[in-house]
Ligand binder design. Sequence first.
Ligand SMILES: Nc1cc(-c2ccc3ccn(Cc4ccc(CN5CCCC5)cc4)c3c2)n[nH]1
Length: 251
Amino acid sequence: MRVDVITIFPEYLAPLGVSLIGKAADRGLLDIRAHDLRDWTHDVHRTVDDTPYGGGPGMVMKPEPWGEALDAVLADVPPESPELPPTLVVPTPSGRPFTQAKAAQLAESPWLIFACGRYEGIDRRVIDAAAERMAVEELSIGDYVLAGGEVAVLVMVEAIGRLLPGVLGNAESARDDSFAAGAMESLLEGPAYTKPAEWRGRTVPEILTSGNHGAIARWRREQAFARTAAHRPELLARLDPAALDKRDRLA
Ligand SMILES: Nc1cc(-c2ccc3ccn(Cc4ccc(CN5CCCC5)cc4)c3c2)n[nH]1
């Protein structure tokens, strides 16, 4: 997967070179390129923002640098997706929710371009013009306001990248993630334990060392239900009754 990120703070994306995503990039599973939006300005101050039409607080990002930056990135077509245009992902507080399902959908794309806004956002005409030549996804990573899109891009690239084939070892399968499609869909994961068997007087639930894998799986689902009921009761309403095994139905 080719990932282009356009931002006025390219250094913000340095964490993408570390750990899981960094290793995936080293192995050629991801080709991540950060671009400085100011490279497409032509004034001495490298201006990317201006006051909002209609008044209001703060500044808005000017359309011209964005148009030229997207033209340049689009012109550098990756060989593995010559026919498919990229998807433009625009982090914004006013976007559709970025969910595990959306991450899985975007993980199918051979080429993603992330547009990181700052200030109060990007001139609307940039997104409208882009939508005429590629798929555009305006996405929110949560109901809070960040200072710009870079942190949201770190979140989304990690959530998408870990779903790519070969990125997670089998031992760390993304299959059982919370919110992953299937039996564990929209359930929060329960408690996890590792050695030592006793730590500061606290032991591990006996079921986990019983070797009874059926009972362990049931116990884990019960724990997941309990945690979901406590922390995210609204998710239980989404559960497909068919996904429950008969014991859960009795719970
Ligand atoms: N999930 C999530 C994503 C973000 C996010 C993503 C990109 C940008 C680019 C700039 N900002 C700051 C910012 C500040 C104020 C407003 C609200 N204003 C009210 C009137 C016009 C706009 C919007 C935007 C971002 C924030 N935040 N949270």
